[in-house]
Design a protein around this ligand. Structure first.
Ligand code: DGJ
Length: 692
């Protein structure tokens, strides 16, 4: 096998190779500069790429620009030494190569600080992982840190650039936008404590002519679930740099002598295979290097939220569980309302014991009953939160984020616990661990339903650290729970898809994508989610009719067909579902179980944009392919066109039922979609290769 990382000592050039790409940096007097990121080159070819050290009157291409010198862009490293100096002057202080890992070390010419730039490439995918670590080498005064990004990415010169990203809000997450890169600086950020609905910590750049299947794209995704900032800067000379890291503007914290501050990973990816190729590579990366159980199929779950809302009781959950089991559900998840005095969203968060009126003998009878019915048992928690009307808050008001002399802004009548406090962290881990130890719980839905406000910590000498340490504590608790309860699977939720990123996916198995379960709205939400994250992590429920949020009336078949493009779940008051609906839902679940290994483990091809009259997505896994076609609204005079499939063997034949198709015809002419007439028409095709 060729070396993943090569070094040319004469020119100081490193070439990091992935199967189809090369990322190259060159050491200069001022530290490493990126010289190349694109289709794979040899080391000799990379060495011949000339330096392009300036744009206008500024330094260009630094891997992690700081302040000082002719640097006028957004600093990726922002620090202040004890004497007030903010400029950095680096000199290279060695490097280490270990398989696919490269570390380049810089030290300041005068001040006691070291910056390690880390890179990791793999032989099974084109992602370049980057992160940084800053170490205080001195013995006395602290260094003030204001920013340490994971990576700055300098895009190769092109005449134009377009940016792809998602924006959103609650119940409308992951809305994909593609806009021409503005000149000047454009920032995407979260100041809310989590990655949140309003954006997601990734950004893709293309030259403006890339399509779903063809063309170049560069992309970066930050593996971090707290606040974040990504800034793109385009100069008059059309040089474009993206810097990406954890934390928002305005934070300051102290690095103590001897301490190292390490960033999360920013992953980068280049492809020539269009936006679809980019997504497939991100999904593959998630499976190989992020998810812990990528080879499992996610079970069909039932969730009580849109069925019984806050009114969960042992009796009603038993009744619904019986119906759910009949439908073929494999995992029964009891959502909010089971603990403390949690009769609505105004009380109880923090009091994590079963409500004695609702569960007089505790949770065990229900857990046992769910298992007896042949399902796994899951439960909802929101560990980072407290209602002021709770025993926890009455005994520990100091545990919440707050500022002296300021209101404690309540959102959903709740406050945020300061997870940066060791006593809070210990308390949270303690009750979660007991909950899992004392009950046969198989699944946790970890929710987080409000943004940070007044994020202060009066007793702390360094309060801004809590923005990072809160997220680190969430990660640490998840890591411990998973280590100690290895059979438990976890869903990340933050009022829907407010905490979906490669950081949380390293510790969870799926995401609750959105509180919007209307399948018409979901088509766009799922399309945006799928740009980076794979279907196996995309929780999707077929829910009530009319939809609880939008009040739209939609046939059950359409609701299921849209949800079946992810990790299928069901919600609603199943006791009231008609016999016909139950029979149809059970049939849908049977079908889903037949195709889910293709959906969850296959590769995705988005065959149409999500705005087309008929939206078609295809998954391919080995010899099988599954096609979903959805037409929310029929329009007269717009006939159904055949849809050309991708990823099939043109020499092979594919069968569905008694119909056999040629792979070449499916790719060249296409598949005629057998859509029923009218609105909310949908179809699922499952084709299996039958040989050449
Ligand atoms: C927000 C989640 O997104 C919902 O699914 C549900 O769990 C509620 N919280 C419960 O309060």
């Amino acid at each position: 096998m060729d070396d993943l990382v090569e070094y040319d000592g004469t020119t100081g050039t490193f070439a990091l190779h992935t199967p189809t790409t090369t990322y190259a940096v060159r050491l200069t007097d001022a530290g490493p500069r990126q010289v190349y990121w694109g289709p794979r080159l040899t080391l000799a070819q990379v060495v011949s790429v000339p330096d392009r050290p300036r744009t206008g009157d500024e330094v260009l291409g630094e891997e992690l620009p700081g302040e000082g010198g002719e640097r006028f862009g957004p600093p990726s490293v922002r620090l202040e030494f004890a004497d007030g100096t903010r400029a950095v002057e680096w000199r290279a202080d060695g490097h280490a190569i270990d398989g696919g890992r490269l570390t380049v070390t810089l030290v300041d010419l005068h001040y006691p600080v070291r910056l390690d730039l880390h890179y990791q490439v793999y032989d099974d995918g084109d992602v370049v992982e980057r992160w940084a670590a800053l170490t205080h080498l001195g013995e006395t005064a602290p260094i003030v840190l204001e920013r340490l990004d994971s990576a700055a990415w300098t895009l190769p010169p092109r005449a134009d650039y377009r940016l792809s990203y998602v924006v959103g809000e609650w119940a409308a997450e992951f809305q994909l936008k593609r806009t021409r890169a503005a000149y000047g600086e454009t920032t995407w950020t979260s100041r809310r404590g989590t990655s949140r609905h309003q954006g997601n910590p990734w950004l893709s750049v293309d030259p403006g002519d890339t399509t779903e299947e063809y063309g170049e794209v560069w992309s970066t995704a930050l593996a971090w679930s707290g606040t974040w900032k990504l800034t793109s800067r385009r100069t008059l000379a059309d040089d474009l740099v993206v810097t990406a890291g954890a934390g928002q503007d305005g934070l300051r914290w102290r690095l103590a002598p001897g301490e190292t501050w390490t960033t999360p990973v920013a992953a980068g990816l280049y492809t020539r295979d269009g936006f679809g190729g980019l997504s497939r590579r991100w999904h593959d990366y998630a499976r190989r290097h992020v998810l812990s159980h990528p080879d499992e199929v996610r079970p069909v779950l039932y969730n009580s939220w849109e069925g019984t809302w806050f009114d969960v009781t042992e009796a009603n959950q038993r009744e619904i569980a019986a119906v759910a089991a009949d439908l073929g559900v494999e995992l029964f998840v009891m959502d909010d309302g089971w603990f403390g005095r949690r009769l609505s969203d105004s009380a109880g968060l923090g009091d994590w014991w079963p409500n004695p009126d609702r569960f007089p003998a505790g949770l065990t009878p229900l857990v046992d009953e769910v298992h007896r019915l042949g399902m796994r048992f899951g439960i909802w928690v929101e560990p980072e939160m407290v209602n002021p009307d709770s025993d926890l808050y009455r005994s520990h008001p100091e545990w919440t984020l707050h500022l002296p002399n300021r209101f404690r802004t309540e959102v959903r009548t709740q406050l945020v616990l300061n997870f940066a406090r060791p006593d809070v962290a210990e308390w949270a881990h303690g009750w979660l661990d007991r909950l899992l130890t004392e009950h046969r719980i198989d699944f946790l839905k970890w929710d987080m339903n409000r943004a940070f406000t007044e994020a202060g910590w009066a007793d702390s000498a360094d309060p801004h650290r809590l923005w990072y340490d809160h997220t680190r504590t969430v990660y640490a608790i998840l890591d411990r729970l998973r280590a100690d309860h290895p059979h438990v699977r976890i869903e990340s939720c933050a009022s829907g898809g407010g905490r979906a990123d490669f950081g949380v996916l390293r510790r969870t198995d799926q995401v609750w994508t959105s509180d919007n379960t209307d399948p018409v709205d979901r088509i766009a939400i799922q399309d945006g989610y799928s740009q980076v994250y794979p279907a196996t992590t995309m929780g999707a429920w077929a829910s009530e009719n009319p939809n609880p949020l939008t009040r739209r009336e939609i046939p059950l078949r359409f609701r299921f067909h849209v949800a079946m493009a992810g990790a299928l779940g069901v919600s609603g008051n199943l006791r009231d579902w008609s016999k016909e609906d139950r029979v149809e839902a059970a049939a849908m679940i049977v079908l889903y179980k037949r195709i889910r290994h293709v959906v969850q483990h296959g590769v995705l091809h988005r065959l149409t944009p999500p705005t087309d009259q008929i939206v078609v997505v295809q998954y391919v896994n080995g010899d099988e392919t599954v096609i979903f076609a959805w037409r929310p609204q029929a329009r007269h005079g717009h006939p159904t066109r055949p849809v050309r499939l991708r990823g099939l063997d043109p020499e092979a034949s594919y069968r569905e039922g008694s119909t056999v198709y040629s792979g070449a015809v499916l790719a060249g002419y296409g598949l005629d979609l057998d859509l029923p007439p009218g609105d909310y028409a949908s179809v699922v095709c499952h084709l299996t290769r039958v040989g050449r």
